[in-house]
Design a protein around this ligand. Structure first.
Ligand code: ZN
Length: 278
């Protein structure tokens, strides 16, 4: 749940696909005229750490971009601390495959005993070309392998955005910028396959908008925020494609059973604290 602090008083916006406002550059959530932009990486940090109950207070209309990854949020969450709650969280278990396709791009989800993501990207750039990543969704693997992968963009796109007055907060401090043959950031890449890892991160943030943790195997090829959102919408619409598992049923699977939330941290612009109920 995002809580937007404004002169008119706080406005609560649930992190749900129903509150997504169409936006080309980032995932924007809103109710009426109250908007919060760039929600995807803080949501990825929470979902990646399997935290399903938190308030995220924001004092402007945009979540700080930090370094373009979810790593700083994960470290703030760990510094703030996490509390187990008594109330059990149900899980949505996929029982029938669902797919969204657009030409060569596609994203699908199929039944699996535990949450998995397989991502493939293809770019005609010497540092990317064909990259794939298989991710078994645990908080430890998320923190270790995914959280620090940064947003990336190509120089011609970034120049275009800046010329249009968009992406003003974008810089080499929070975006991997790829020139025709190289990476422009002086420190280089954090991983050779950082780009596909960031796509996994984005997908985790987008799936947080389902509103309930999912157990299934997501396969994505050349996908992006809009297609991820369409798959989330299809899952919610096609109620015979999944069942809700109670905690007892879930514990029969290999999926971790911890039910977590985050206690307040007042040292940052984004304060995360416990919410009362799912
Ligand atoms: Zn991203």
């Amino acid at each position: 749940m995002f809580v937007l602090r404004s002169a008119q008083g706080p406005v609560s916006v649930r992190a749900s696909i129903r509150h997504v406002v169409p936006s080309e550059l980032c995932t924007t959530l809103g109710i009426g005229g109250s908007l919060v932009k760039t929600t995807e990486h803080v949501l990825a940090a929470l979902a990646g750490c399997q935290i399903d109950n938190a308030y995220i207070e924001v004092t402007a209309d945009e979540v700080p971009v930090m370094d373009g990854s979810a790593g700083p949020f994960v470290r703030l969450i760990k510094a703030a601390g996490v509390t187990k709650q008594d109330r059990q969280q149900p899980y949505l278990k996929i029982v029938r495959p669902l797919e969204v396709m657009e030409g060569e791009r596609r994203v699908l989800i199929k039944p699996s005993t535990c949450p998995r993501i397989s991502y493939a990207i293809e770019y005609a750039h010497p540092l990317i070309q064909h990259q794939t990543y298989d991710f078994d969704w645990t908080p430890q693997a998320f923190e270790r392998d995914i959280a620090d992968a940064r947003t990336f963009g190509f120089l011609h796109e970034v120049e275009y955005l800046w010329s249009k007055g968009l992406g003003k907060g974008g810089s080499l401090d929070n975006t991997i910028v790829l020139s025709e043959r190289d990476v422009m950031n002086p420190s280089g890449l954090r991983y050779a396959d950082e780009c596909v890892r960031h796509k996994v991160l984005d997908l985790i943030g987008d799936f947080a908008l389902l509103g309930v943790p999912v157990i299934g195997h997501i396969e994505a090829e050349r996908s992006g925020h809009a297609m991820h959102a369409k798959l989330v919408e299809r899952i919610l619409a096609e109620t015979d494609s999944w069942v809700l598992l109670s905690a007892d049923e879930r514990s029969l699977s290999t999926y971790p059973t911890a039910h977590l939330s985050v206690i307040p941290d007042t040292s940052t612009q984004v304060a995360i604290q416990t919410a009362a109920g799912f």
